[in-house]
Design a protein around this ligand. Structure first.
Ligand SMILES: [Zn+2]
Length: 64
């Protein structure tokens, strides 16, 4: 995983951060990615566009 710029997947109308890659089945927040509409990197969408739980968990990881 790219620590600074993880992969994000679009599921429904929300971007979710995934720990592994675009093939991940579960987002960082625990939601299963069922409707995989697109993938990109976090820097391309911005943290404000990401699901709030994913964003918070990811930010917590960065502070360790
Ligand atoms: Zn999420």
């Amino acid at each position: 995983m790219d620590e600074q710029n993880p992969v994000v997947l679009l599921s429904g109308n929300k971007w979710h951060i995934v720990e592994d890659s675009r093939r991940s089945e579960t987002a960082v927040c625990g939601q299963r990615i069922q409707d995989r509409r697109a993938h990109t990197r976090l820097s391309n969408v911005g943290l404000t566009q990401v699901c709030r739980q994913c964003a918070r968990l990811w930010q917590n990881q960065q502070e360790r």
